[in-house]
Design a protein around this ligand. Structure first.
Ligand SMILES: Nc1ncnc2c1ncn2[C@@H]1O[C@H](COP(=O)(O)OP(=O)(O)OP(=O)(O)O)[C@@H](O)[C@H]1O
Ligand SMILES: [Mg+2]
Length: 89
């Protein structure tokens, strides 16, 4: 299993766009892919939900909760983590 973390403290620079493309590419290459959405905005999760049932579907995992790694699908080959940008206080 390979895990890619897409992270940058600056907001709106394309983290989610890059993460969903990495996950989609893995899934279309017939590797079981999961997208861990660590951003409470849930943009990546909504993208996964729209693709559910299509070729190259990607499982979404809530990365804002503890022990998210325990909820990864069995046999997953590629994991992409979409990190949140830095929040204003
Ligand atoms: N559906 C959309 N339509 C048009 N522009 C969009 C859409 N989704 C994102 N964008 C724009 O694309 C750029 C990258 O967005 P993206 O969500 O990938 O960044 P991000 O780094 O994940 O942001 P954040 O820090 O808020 O998580 C931003 O300028 C955003 O406004
Ligand atoms: Mg994002």
């Amino acid at each position: 299993m390979k895990t890619w973390l897409v992270a940058c403290s600056k907001g709106g620079v394309g983290k989610t766009t890059l993460a969903i493309h990495l996950a989609a590419q893995a899934a279309l290459a017939e590797r079981t892919a999961a997208l861990v959405d660590a951003d409470p905005q849930r943009s990546a999760t909504r993208w996964c939900e729209r693709r559910a049932g299509l070729q190259g579907a990607v499982a979404a995992v809530d990365g804002t909760r503890r022990a998210w790694h325990k909820r990864l699908p069995g046999g997953v080959q590629r994991v992409v983590v979409d990190a949140p940008g830095r929040r204003r206080p």
